[in-house]
Design a protein around this ligand. Sequence first.
Ligand SMILES: Cc1cc2nc3c(=O)[nH]c(=O)nc-3n(C[C@H](O)[C@H](O)[C@H](O)COP(=O)(O)O)c2cc1C
Length: 196
Amino acid sequence: MTQQFEHFKPVALNHASRLLNHGPTVLVASAHEGRRNIMAAAWSMPVEFTPPRIAVVIDKHTFSRELIAASGVFALCIPGAAAADLAYAVGTASGRESDKFARFGIEARTGEATGAPLIASGCVAWLECRLIPERHAEDAYDTCFAEVVAAAADERVFSEGHWSFREDNADLHTLHHLGAGVFARASTMIKAKALP
Ligand SMILES: Cc1cc2nc3c(=O)[nH]c(=O)nc-3n(C[C@H](O)[C@H](O)[C@H](O)COP(=O)(O)O)c2cc1C
C-alpha cells in the first residue's frame, strides 16, 4: 500500500461530519392526527442488529420532530438518484406552513406496521420505525433512536439482502449528500478480494 499521508490536510471540525456524510440520504416521513410531513436527513445509521435499531438526527426544531414525538413512529424512505431534486426540496422547506406532499406532488401510502407515510415517488426502499422513548431526549438531543419494525426495497436494486448498483439501474442508486445540495450517486461496486 502506498503512503499517502502527504496528501492529508486538516479539516475544520465544523466540516468533519462531511467525511462521514455520504451514507444514503433518507426521507423521514411522519404523520399525526391528520397532519403529515416529510424531511431529508443525511445523518442516519444502524446501531443494533437484533432487534434492528437505527439512529437518525432529526433537529428538535423541525415540524417532523413534533409529529414524531406525538405519534411515536416514522418511516425512513430511501430516495433513488432520480429523486435528488425532491430530496433537496423537502430538506429546504418546512412542512409547518404547507403540506409538502401536495406542494411537491409526492405520492405516499400508509405503512401497515406503523401508520407512517411511505413515499412512492422516487424511493427505492423504506423502513418503518418505532421511536424509542428516551428520558430528556426532547430537550437534549437531535438524535432519535428507533426500532425498525418493517422494511421493503425495490428488487431491481436490492435483493436477497444486497444492493446491486449497475449501469442499467442507475436512477435507482442511492443518493449521498456531500453538503450544500450536492449529492453523489452510489455507482461502482467493488468486491473485496482476500489479501494473500
Ligand atoms: C440533503 C439534506 C440533508 C439533511 N439532513 C438532515 C439531517 O440529517 N438531520 C436534520 O435534522 N436535518 C437535516 N436536513 C434539514 C431538514 O431536512 C430541514 O430542516 C427540513 O426543512 C425540516 O422540515 P420540517 O420542519 O418540515 O420537518 C437536511 C436537509 C437536506 C437538504
